[in-house]
Design a protein around this ligand. Structure first.
Ligand code: ATP
Length: 343
């Protein structure tokens, strides 16, 4: 059981500020995902938490105790990377046992821990194989087992699934989450894939340019983004962000409807949109267009269900409505959420 906290964390490489002033606290037993574009500092943050990198400023705390000066092995943190770094000349069992041997754990206890981890992950039949004879998903499980036997207070996963193909990846993702739910070990999971982050996390932390932009439940990030970065990073396709009179007006593609399809919908904001192209996605349609009037023909995207696509008249300007409760406003200069204005 563990609560991980970082306070005022900064990491500079020369003049480059890889992390700047990160404050973040997990809850006990929580599964927190960290998401952000490539180069935003996710791996650096994990390396500082694990003790592989010294912060320029700030502290890392585990259960209220400052661990910043401690070496990695004294932190009770297990980190699993994308590259599994299994020893090719050792069997799966020996790979799993390696960190235990390094710590001088007795043979009997080692074997019991290997059996336990192999059973939890369903890899008992693989224990005598060499890594070269394993699939990507199996290797990932071995790396996981090796992290588990250390009985860490905290798991850190840094893009652990990114080398797997899409199907295996989806299954491995589900298994990882189940493993967490069974063991209850506080987990931080890094990914650049917002769908994965939102699907897996109890809470999602969004990073950009070395800073933490928002942390919240997937629903909070989706409905109440704190800034335009989060609004456009979370959700597929991203929120429409339309500059107008010093503010940015935002609404999600799936929240717009042709007026003709919702004549009775009350308390709505109306947008004059010219749809120029539609795209069939299977379960729904994407409508690409531009938005007229004060929005200066900004590009806009709507996601429409099969039963309303027939109301769209290609090439014509027509009214689309969005429930006012779902329209968001941001400052044009800072990108931060602001109070609603009339649209
Ligand atoms: P990705 O998703 O591509 O792995 P990331 O969000 O994990 O990216 P980091 O690996 O943390 O990003 O890197 C953040 C920034 O810090 C990058 O611009 C990187 O080039 C820089 N950086 C990382 N390590 C060092 C280092 N040892 N020396 C100099 N710059 C570094």
């Amino acid at each position: 059981m563990a609560v991980l906290e970082v306070r005022g964390l900064a990491k500079h490489f020369g003049d480059f500020k890889a992390l700047q002033g990160i404050d973040l606290a997990t809850r006990d037993g929580e599964f927190v995902t960290i998401v952000g574009p490539s180069g935003c500092g996710k791996t650096t943050l994990m390396r500082v938490i694990a003790g592989l990198e010294k912060p320029t400023a700030g502290d890392v705390m585990l259960n209220g105790k400052v661990i910043t000066p401690l070496p990695p092995r004294a932190r009770h943190i297990a980190m699993v990377f994308q590259s599994y770094a299994l020893y090719p000349h050792m069997s799966v069992a020996d790979n799993i046992a390696f960190p235990l041997k390094a710590r001088g754990v007795a043979k009997g206890e080692r074997e019991a821990l290997i059996r336990w981890a192999a059973k939890v992950l369903g890899i008992e039949a693989l224990l005598h194989r060499r890594p070269a004879r394993l699939s990507g998903g199996e290797k990932q499980k071995v790396a996981l087992a090796r992290a588990m036997v250390r009985k860490p207070a905290l798991f850190i996963f840094d893009e652990p699934l990114s080398s797997l193909d899409a199907q295996v990846r989806a299954a491995a993702r589900a298994e990882l989450r189940q493993l967490h739910d069974r063991t209850g070990v506080t987990t931080i999971y890094v990914t650049h894939d917002q769908i994965e982050a939102v699907g897996l996390g109890d809470r999602v932390a969004v990073m950009q340019a070395g800073a933490l932009r928002q942390i919240g439940s997937p629903q909070e990030l989706y409905y109440e983004p704190a800034n335009t970065f989060v609004a456009s990073f979370i959700g597929t396709p991203p929120m429409n962000l339309l500059p107008r009179d010093g503010v940015i007006v935002g609404f999600r593609p799936e929240h717009a409807l042709p007026r003709a399809a919702a004549p009775d919908l009350a308390d709505v904001a109306t947008f004059a949109i010219r749809v120029t192209r539609t795209e069939f996605l299977g379960s729904e349609w994407l409508a690409y267009g531009s938005i007229d009037g004060a929005f200066d023909n900004a590009k806009v995207l709507c996601k429409l269900q099969q039963d309303v696509i027939g109301k769209v008249k290609l090439g014509e300007i027509q009214d689309f409505v969005v429930s006012r409760a779902l329209v968001r406003f941001f400052d044009k200069d800072t990108g931060l959420r602001t109070a609603p204005v009339t649209v």
